[in-house]
Design a protein around this ligand. Structure first.
Ligand SMILES: C[S@@+](CC[C@H](N)C(=O)[O-])C[C@H]1O[C@@H](n2cnc3c(N)ncnc32)[C@H](O)[C@@H]1O
Length: 244
């Protein structure tokens, strides 16, 4: 693995990604589209407008295009990534590539049927030492991003998050009434389990998730015991260094 950063903090740094994308052609985090295609196909219609956040140099959008999804807007804050990927897929009508920060999406309210991210939010949490309580800075970052995602979703639209983070940890971030969505999840993977969270805009949180939100609000300041989760099969270091 030639692109591992000397320090996990660099996964938050656009310069790291720019340098990496100058030399790396393709890297697939958490497996390629075929691994979780069966889970997406039951949720996404072929004519849905799809926004992919932190697309990187993954082949996922290209494989989705080949599978018949024709309106795919891809954003990443690395300009190197966006120029490489837009050249690579120049012949694909309906595929768009825009340099953008996920915290400030330059789209109108209710623009997309689907917002999809794979390992992008994971990369934003590389500094975290515990999944129980993210730092105020990261919490703000994630909250800004989730608020933007919710804003850009059409009523009934879906935010789909593909991650290695187990429900016990990731639901703590997604279960907030202000995002105005419900949460469901599936998993995939041979040997190691990855997760696909599906948030439906306009649906209420389940009573269990609403209780989770209430409990988190009430218990601010008290840290529950740390549970270690490891995903050692992935060669990228941050997956085994943060316990999300
Ligand atoms: C772990 S990689 C995942 C890439 C791709 N989604 C995949 O599944 O292979 C994280 C990606 O998110 C991008 N990224 C990180 N922070 C971002 C931000 N604030 N705004 C937009 N893109 C960001 C990085 O440039 C990188 O391409």
């Amino acid at each position: 693995m030639t692109h591992l950063p000397e320090n996990n903090l660099r996964y938050k740094d656009v310069d790291y990604w720019d340098e990496r994308y100058k030399v790396e052609t393709c890297y697939e985090w958490l497996g390629g589209f075929s691994k979780f295609q069966h889970l997406l196909e039951k949720r996404i219609k072929k004519n849905d407008s799809i926004l992919v956040l932190g697309c990187g140099n993954s082949g996922m959008s290209g494989e989705m295009y080949d599978a018949g999804y024709r309106s795919i807007t891809n954003v990443d804050y690395s300009s190197v990534c966006i120029s490489t990927m837009s050249a690579r897929y120049a012949d694909c009508l309906g595929m768009r590539w825009q340099q953008m920060d996920v915290r400030q999406l330059a789209f109108l309210d209710a623009s997309f049927d689907i917002v999809l991210e794979k390992a992008t939010l994971d990369a934003l949490m590389v500094e975290e030492k515990t999944p129980w309580e993210v730092s105020p800075e990261t919490a703000r970052f994630i909250h800004k991003t989730l608020t933007e995602i919710s804003r850009c979703l059409k009523p009934g639209g879906l935010f789909i998050s593909v991650t290695f983070a187990q429900p016990f940890f990731r639901k703590r971030l997604y279960a907030r009434r202000e995002y105005n969505w419900s949460i469901q999840h599936d998993s995939y993977g041979d040997g190691f389990e990855y997760f696909v969270y599906v948030m439906t805009k306009g649906e209420a949180l389940s009573s269990e998730d609403a209780a989770l939100e209430r409990n988190l609000l009430e218990s601010t300041g008290s840290l529950p015991p740390k549970i270690i989760t490891t995903q050692m099969d992935d060669r990228e270091d941050f997956l085994s260094n943060i316990d999300l």
